[in-house]
Design a protein around this ligand. Structure first.
Ligand SMILES: [Zn+2]
Length: 249
C-alpha cells in the first residue's frame, strides 16, 4: 500500500545529509514523498554573500535535490534563517512553536500524511532552527493526528567512526574534532529505526551535489564538501544507513 511521507527540514541541504536515502528509497518503492523546508537558508555560509540572492539560489538547489530524490512536492515555509548563533530577529527559531506547528499540521492534514519526520531533541548539532524544528514537528504531528513521527538523527557512535576514517584520508578540516559531538545527535541505544539506503547512494550523492553553494567557498566547516570528497565506496559505506528515533504522538 502506498503511503504519504512528509519530511520536515530546517534549511536547504539538511535533507541531503539526514534523510535523502530514505526519501529516495520510499519514492522508488512507490510512496508519495513530500519535502517541507522551513527557511531558505539565506544566512548560511556560501560562496555568495548571505541574503535574498543566496536564499533564491538555495531554493533552486533544493528543487534539484528533490528531483534527484523523486519527491512529489516541495513546500518552502519562508521563515527567516536564524543563522548558527540564532542572532536574527523574527527568524524561524523565534517564531511561536504553535504558529509554525499549525501551518505544518494543515499541510499534514491536506496530504493525509502517514509519516512525518523531524529532528532529535538536540537539533542534531544544536542549531537553533533545528531545535525549533524538533518542537514544531512534535506539535504539528499531534495537531494533525499523524500516526507516525520519526525524528531524524545520526548514530553518534557511527559518526565518530566515520570521522576517524575521514581524518585518516585527511578529509576533515582540523577544527572538526570528535569532542564536538559529545552532546550531538543520539546515542546508539536511543535509535529505533535504521534504514538501509546504500542502494540509493547515487541519488543521495546527487542530492548533496545539487547544493552547490554549500560545497564551495566560505570559510567555515564544509561538511558537505568533505563528504563529497569521500571515495565512492567509503561514501556508500559511511552514508549507507539513516537513523530515526520514534516518538509517541
Ligand atoms: Zn540546517
Amino acid at each position: 500500500m502506498s503511503s504519504t511521507c512528509v519530511f520536515l527540514h530546517a534549511h536547504p541541504d539538511d535533507e541531503s545529509f539526514l534523510t535523502a536515502g530514505t526519501m529516495a528509497r520510499l519514492a522508488a518503492e512507490g510512496h508519495r514523498v513530500v519535502l517541507v523546508v522551513a527557511t531558505d537558508g539565506e544566512a548560511g555560509l556560501a560562496d555568495v554573500p548571505a541574503g535574498a540572492e543566496l536564499g533564491a539560489r538555495r531554493r533552486r538547489e533544493t528543487l534539484a535535490s528533490a528531483t534527484a530524490l523523486g519527491c512529489a512536492r516541495v513546500e518552502f515555509l519562508g521563515y527567516r534563517d536564524s543563522g548558527s548563533d540564532g542572532a536574527v530577529a523574527n527568524s524561524f527559531s523565534t517564531t511561536p512553536v504553535e504558529q509554525a506547528a499549525e501551518r505544518i499540521a494543515a499541510l499534514l492534514v491536506e496530504e493525509r500524511a502517514d509519516l512525518v519526520t523531524s529532528y532529535d531533541p538536540a537539533g542534531g548539532y544544536g542549531h537553533p532552527d533545528h531545535v525549533q524544528l524538533h518542537h514544531v514537528g512534535a506539535l504539528a504531528a499531534q495537531i494533525a493526528g499523524t500516526p507516525l513521527l520519526l525524528e531524524a538523527t545520526v548514530d553518534r557512535d557511527a559518526l565518530l567512526l566515520t570521522m576517524r576514517i575521514a581524518a585518516m584520508f585527511r578529509l576533515l578540516p582540523p577544527e572538526l574534532t570528535p569532542d564536538l559531538l559529545t552532546n550531538s545527535y543520539s546515542p546508539r541505544s536511543a535509535i529505533t529505526h535504521r534504514v538501509r539506503v546504500g542502494r540509493y547512494a547515487v541519488a543521495k550523492r546527487a542530492s548533496m551535489a545539487a547544493h552547490c553553494t554549500q560545497s564551495a567557498g566560505g570559510d567555515g566547516v564544509r561538511t558537505l564538501a568533505a563528504l563529497l570528497r569521500l571515495p565512492r565506496p567509503v561514501f556508500r559505506w559511511a552514508l549507507g544507513t539513516e537513523w530515526y528515533v520514534r516518538r509517541a504522538v
